[in-house]
Design a protein around this ligand. Structure first.
Ligand SMILES: Cc1cc2nc3c(=O)[nH]c(=O)nc-3n(C[C@H](O)[C@H](O)[C@H](O)COP(=O)(O)OP(=O)(O)OC[C@H]3O[C@@H](n4cnc5c(N)ncnc54)[C@H](O)[C@@H]3O)c2cc1C
Length: 459
């Protein structure tokens, strides 16, 4: 090593934890900056969560909404990817603790000069984590594939089930939570039953399927203006979905869901498939950061960050996306929705802050630009609230299509999804209707109990 290389200053090390909307945008916005970026994620791909429900209902395949982090960053010379789980932070020594590295057990420290944490959020079962086994969440790719298998297996079970009551339980789908995800999911299941798989089955009439959309508040899509909520409710009902407003799920089992109505009465609904799309809570990384820095967390587990997204007392640590809430310059909390545009804008802001600091320049506090809200209900139906402009029906649906294609990562994915959607629109078909694991809701014991025609013995 020459004296020249020995004296060359070490590049500024930026560690980014989380390769979702916020973290990946921060990394990409640091392209060309005089920094050495390490992106740590426990999965090797970034997931386009807004379209996860389409994987869960067989409209899209997993690879069409997920892109490998390495291939996205292939041409970004100042970035590298580490597949590992961040489990802790040593803020004093400026190290992240990594575990589950692919080549070794135990934990490994990773040093940083600037740390950006964007671990996202997870579903909140409101203290009933035991419900997850029978009402899986729609957040991860694994969750989506599990749900897809359960939905498709339920139709298979209904086809073979001679008892009308048990058959109806297989044909009853309960979606918990009528936010955009729950509404989209309920609409897709109804379309699947009514249009897509109807002709594929011989015994069962899949149009008899019931989709119950359970919502604790008094309207669907609470974040939208009331007029759009009402339009969405009508569109759902036309599709065959039953919105149960002012209703709360109070129990989930593998063969039924207990639902409390507005008068306090609890009904046990026989249903073999339940899907959880209710409230979210911040990634556990928020609590770890808060603990390490003595920062606040709110009821949703989000850590409170300063107006420049830094951790109180630690300007070198930034936290972004679903796992944070932001304090304004006057000390108040800025209420920001858990949406991709917030995460993307915060990711871009964090990169700008790093660049400005290296140049010795000040950066204005983070300011979110609200571009509106979109939710689709089914084939050619959606609602959109774009800067006070309320759209519904086909126009909103086209807007939804364009926006989602625009934000989907990778040219190839955009093209594939566009082709898929065009084919689905023209044929009402869904190509990815594969059951890729044995269904957890085994049909065998029910079939064995009811074999008047010997059908169960033959299959
Ligand atoms: C089903 C669904 C539908 C949605 N639809 C919409 C929509 O239509 N429009 C919209 O604007 N928003 C939508 N959202 C919300 C949007 O996806 C989130 O707001 C956004 O993903 C938040 O970005 P993020 O970077 O904070 O977290 P994420 O995108 O979730 O990324 C977090 C990343 O951190 C990684 N990670 C987590 N913990 C660790 C750890 N300990 N170690 C290493 N890596 C870790 C994860 O693997 C992940 O890659 C939807 C969300 C869901 C779940």
């Amino acid at each position: 090593m020459t004296n020249e290389t020995q004296s060359r200053p070490r590049p500024h090390r930026v560690v980014v934890v989380g390769g979702g909307f916020a973290g990946l945008r921060a990394v990409r916005s640091l392209r060309g900056a005089p920094v050495e970026v390490t992106l740590v994620d426990r999965q090797n791909f970034t997931l386009f969560q807004p379209l996860v429900y389409q994987v869960a209902t067989g409209a899209l395949s997993p690879a069409e909404i997920a892109a490998p982090l390495r291939s996205i960053l292939r041409k970004q010379r100042n970035a590298r990817v580490v597949l590992a789980e961040a489990t802790g932070f040593d803020l004093e020594h400026r190290e992240v603790v990594l575990e589950h590295l692919p080549n070794r057990g135990g934990s490994t420290p990773l040093g940083y000069d600037t740390l950006i944490v964007a671990g996202g959020s997870r579903y909140n079962y409101f203290g009933h984590d035991e419900w997850q086994a029978d009402a899986p969440e729609l957040k991860s790719l694994a969750g989506a594939l599990d749900i897809r298998s359960r939905i498709l297996a339920a139709f298979e079970a209904a086809e073979l089930e001679p008892d009308p009551q048990l058959r109806q339980a297989w044909l009853t789908f309960v979606v918990v939570g009528a936010g955009p995800t729950g509404v989209e999911m309920a609409g897709q299941i109804a379309e699947l039953a009514r249009d897509v798989v109807r002709a594929d089955f011989r015994s069962v009439d899949t149009r008899a399927a019931r989709v119950l959309l359970v919502e604790a508040s008094d309207r669907v899509l609470m974040n939208f203006p009331a007029s759009l909520s009402h339009k969405a409710t009508s569109a759902l009902e036309r599709l065959g979905v039953t919105p149960l407003l002012n209703h709360t799920v109070v129990g989930v089992a593998d063969d039924s869901v207990a639902i409390r109505g507005p008068a306090g009465e609890v009904a046990q609904k026989p249903a073999r498939t339940a899907i959880w799309a209710a409230g979210v809570t911040a990634s556990e990384l928020a609590a770890r950061l808060a603990e390490a820095a003595g920062a606040e967390v709110d009821r949703s587990g989000r850590v409170t960050v300063e107006p420049d997204l830094s951790l109180p007392g630690h300007p070198e640590v930034l936290a972004l996306g679903d796992m944070v809430r932001v304090r304004a310059a006057d000390g108040s909390i800025v209420p920001l929705p858990g949406l991709a545009p917030v995460a993307l804008q915060q990711g871009r802001y964090a990169a700008r802050l790093v660049r400005d600091r290296l140049r010795g320049q000040a950066t204005k506090p983070f300011h979110y630009v609200d571009k509106g809200d979109l939710a689709t209900i089914g084939r050619s139906k959606a609602v959109a609230d774009v800067k006070g402009l309320h759209l519904s029906g086909f126009t909103a649906w086209v807007t939804w299509l364009v926006v989602h294609l625009f934000y989907l990562i990778g040219f190839q994915n955009r093209l594939l999804v566009l082709i898929r959607w065009t084919i689905s629109f023209a044929t009402r078909g869904r190509g990815a209707r594969l059951i890729v694991r044995p269904p957890e809701h085994s049909t065998s014991h029910d079939a064995a109990d009811h074999e008047p025609d010997g059908l169960s013995r033959r299959v």
